[in-house]
Design a protein around this ligand. Structure first.
Ligand code: MOS
Length: 752
């Protein structure tokens, strides 16, 4: 660690008007008035088709593993309005599943109805298409599928786990910094604990849905997706056609959270049926179908070992994580990522193990890896603080590090200390009684807990196109998505700010693979990737306009220097002279002018580790008689670089904290050992936090500049809000009760 790069000299981040302000979502009125059209709402007029789409309903398997021995679809085919029944007996040929080793797993082929084998309970085994939803649903119930069942494995089991060669994105599955065994052996104080987290299911407000239409040999898919370019590749691969013949359209997405990074059977089934029938077909999933026919967050079992000297300096940390993936998949929950870099220790070891189970696919759910991994790490740190008799905030401050030890890189910006100190001050942490179980108010035991938050930052390649028409209306296009996070709004702010236009004159068009490629929304990379591409496109367009203006003999700016020239309030300006953009455009660019912009991670920026940080504080009251936990107040303090939009940023962070309450206290699914079906499969019995569970919550974003990652000087913040939030609540429960619940969620039965 001798040759640390020095940070580039403090530069002024670009000052872009509009940025930082809490502008309201530009599409909100369209959404709340029903004018925003979602994938399942496409009709004849919006498709430019002769008739409304036919309706497909999926039939799902009712065994977890085995073979289909027969499918009797004759009754269904003869029911009124039924046009098609697709099963493994008549499904058109598709590419085989995979490849398993792929740079982009969302671009893989995922065939449907691929044969008699059943891989999990609730796997699509047939599609019934009819002229109405009611008729399709009635006929779907009449499809008679017979199975030969085989035994299934559905529980995490360390004894049968295997070590994957690598994690997603080719990260190593096993990391070592220093000599862990030696460092643990010389630790005066040791904590060894196993934490368990449950399966969790996606339940976005908008269920998965696709409307498919063929225009000759071109497929147009309206679907609800986070990541259009990848799934365009995957769908084309499945159908064995060129990606250029697949257009994916997804302008409005009713929630994603990682569950719409992949595409699912609705997309392929709609495409196959629409091609077979020569008519548009739509396929939506019911809430219950989503609990099996999509992806979920895997359960984990995490063994933590932490050793420290008596002053609280960490000697050794190890984090061994077990998760599951579907029998035919290789997704690994990256549970230990944060353990590799959050603290200074002499030695840090992480490992990953995997069970291939007869369950639906596990994949990303908000802050995959870290949301669960920080439960193990941050609860174990709390156990260590208690053993040492050191305040938990103090223990974190003592082991703060400017360097990511496993990655051997300095952090580009890390204000964890400020988050901890500011949070402790605001939360009046000093009033906490460090002795557990001492504060009682009637039946209620009261306690306070805290945890750190961290999420690595990522910039993905992105492009954008900016076009200004003769009337000075700006259109920006890119194949980006907005799953409700506010992406369209921040892109509008950036474009308006750079071009000196009011936001009403800026139209950001997204959600279509016909536009320049974008990485979509996921991994907290959306804002900086798409935002930087839009920034570049608009800067290039601004340069083009200003250069033309300075060259133009008819312009009042003629002959002025580029340094003095700028766009503001709908005009070109230079040295006190100005001309309105409308007058300039009509004369100089009557057809309009456009420019392209592109961003990729600057290789130099990768010499630094980049991450967003935060600190969570929670106060709980636990009922001594019933075991019920009420969160009384919660505070999250975050450092995520510059903030593009204070309103939407706060919503993201707050949403993560709310989900943290749900993770800590409520949310859990488990497969029924007899059938392999997830026991909870709708929102009537899948328990999530509601308004009534929500305490007083406060989000604070501290001022920070991110100097290397991207030209906007921002960092991702979509996911850091959930990281550590459940641990803060678990630690508060320990402080309240003296009970160390290591199995999440901490339901009342686990406290009695
Ligand atoms: Mo991200 S896993 O798409 O919230």
């Amino acid at each position: 660690m001798t040759d640390l790069p020095t940070l580039p000299p403090e530069q002024d981040a670009p000052t872009i008007p509009m940025i930082g302000a809490g502008m309201q979502r530009v599409e909100s009125v369209l959404k709340v008035t029903g004018q925003a059209r979602y994938a399942y709402e496409m009709d004849a007029a919006s498709l430019g088709a002769q008739a409304d789409p036919l309706v497909g309903v999926m039939v799902l398997s009712t065994i977890a593993r085995g073979r289909i021995t027969s499918i009797d679809s004759a009754t269904a085919r003869n029911m009124p309005g039924v046009r098609l029944v697709l099963t493994c007996d008549n499904a058109p040929p598709q590419a085989p599943w995979g490849p398993l080793v792929a740079r982009d797993r969302f671009a893989r082929a995922q065939p449907v109805l691929r044969g008699p084998d059943v891989h999990y309970y609730g796997e699509p085994v047939a599609l019934v298409v009819a002229d109405s939803l009611e008729r399709a649903r009635a006929a779907a119930m009449a499809v008679n599928v017979q199975y030969e069942t085989a035994s299934h494995a559905i529980l995490l089991d360390p004894a049968t786990a295997t070590e994957p060669e690598f994690l997603n994105g080719f990260k190593p599955a096993h990391t070592d910094h220093g000599d862990f065994d030696a460092a643990l052996a010389r630790s005066a104080i040791r904590v060894e604990a196993v934490y368990e987290t449950p399966h969790q299911n996606h339940a976005q407000m908008e269920p998965h849905a696709t409307t498919a239409l063929w225009q000759g040999d071109r497929l147009v898919l309206h679907t609800s997706a986070q990541n259009l370019v990848s799934i365009q590749m995957g769908i084309a691969a499945t159908l064995q056609i060129s990606p250029h013949r697949v257009q994916v359209i997804s302008p409005y997405v009713g929630g994603g959270f990682g569950g719409k990074l992949p595409y699912f059977a609705d997309a392929i089934l709609a495409a196959l049926a629409a091609r077979a029938l020569g008519k548009p077909v739509k396929v939506g999933m019911t809430r219950t179908q989503m609990f099996s026919a999509t992806t979920h967050r895997t359960a984990t079992r995490q063994a933590l070992r932490i050793g420290a000297d008596r002053t609280g300096r960490l000697c050794a940390i190890s984090h061994d994580a077990l998760s599951h993936c579907a029998s035919f998949d290789n997704f690994v929950e990256d549970t230990t990522t944060i353990t590799r870099g959050l603290y200074r220790a002499d030695a840090i070891r992480t490992t990953a193990h995997l069970n291939h189970l007869d369950l639906p696919r596990s994949d990303s759910m908000r802050s995959p890896g870290d949301a669960v991994g920080m439960i193990g790490l941050e609860c174990a740190m709390d156990e260590l603080a208690h053993e040492l008799g050191i305040d938990p905030v103090e223990l974190r401050l003592l082991n703060d590090t400017p360097t990511d030890l496993t990655a051997h890189k300095p952090f580009s910006s890390r204000h964890l200390r400020q988050c901890l100190e500011e949070g402790a001050r605001r939360f009046e942490w000093g009033a906490r009684n460090p002795q557990p179980g001492q504060v009682r108010e009637g039946e209620w035991l009261v306690g306070m807990g805290m945890a750190c938050a961290m999420r690595y930052n990522l910039l993905k390649p992105c492009q954008a196109l900016a076009h200004l028409d003769a009337g000075a209306n700006l259109t920006v296009q890119l194949a980006m998505t907005d799953p409700g996070t506010g992406t369209q709004t921040i892109l509008t702010q950036i474009a308006a700010g750079v071009m000196g236009l009011p936001p009403a004159q800026v139209h950001v068009q997204m959600g279509d693979t016909a536009y320049p490629p974008a990485p979509g929304s996921g991994g907290s990379f959306g804002a900086e990737s798409a935002g930087s591409a839009v920034l570049r496109a608009c800067e290039n367009l601004r340069t083009r306009l200003l250069e033309a203006g300075l060259r133009d003999e008819h312009s009042p700016l003629h002959g002025q220097s580029m340094e003095s020239a700028h766009l503001d309030a709908g005009s070109l300006h230079a040295r006190g002279r100005h001309e309105s953009l409308v007058a300039f455009m009509e004369r100089t660019f009557p057809q309009g002018a456009q420019a392209h912009g592109e961003i990729t991670a600057n290789p130099d920026s990768l010499k630094w580790s980049q991450a967003s940080f935060g600190a969570h504080f929670a106060e709980v009251a636990v009922n001594a008689i019933t075991g019920e936990t009420r969160v009384r107040r919660m505070l999250g303090v975050f450092a995520c670089g510059r903030i593009l939009n204070s309103r939407t940023a706060r919503s993201q962070l707050l949403g993560g904290m709310i989900w943290g309450v749900s993770n800590a206290l409520h949310e859990e699914n488990m497969p029924d050992p007899r059938t392999g079906q997830f026991i909870a499969h709708d929102l009537a019995n899948y328990h999530i936090a509601t308004h009534a569970d929500m305490p007083e919550m406060e989000v604070v974003m501290i001022a920070e500049d991110e100097p290397v990652s991207n030209p906007l000087h921002i960092k991702g913040l979509g996911e850091v809000g959930i990281c550590g939030a459940p641990a803060a609540i678990g630690n508060a429960i320990f402080n309240a009760t003296g009970i160390r619940a290591r199995r999440f969620p901490i339901t009342p039965d686990r406290l009695l």
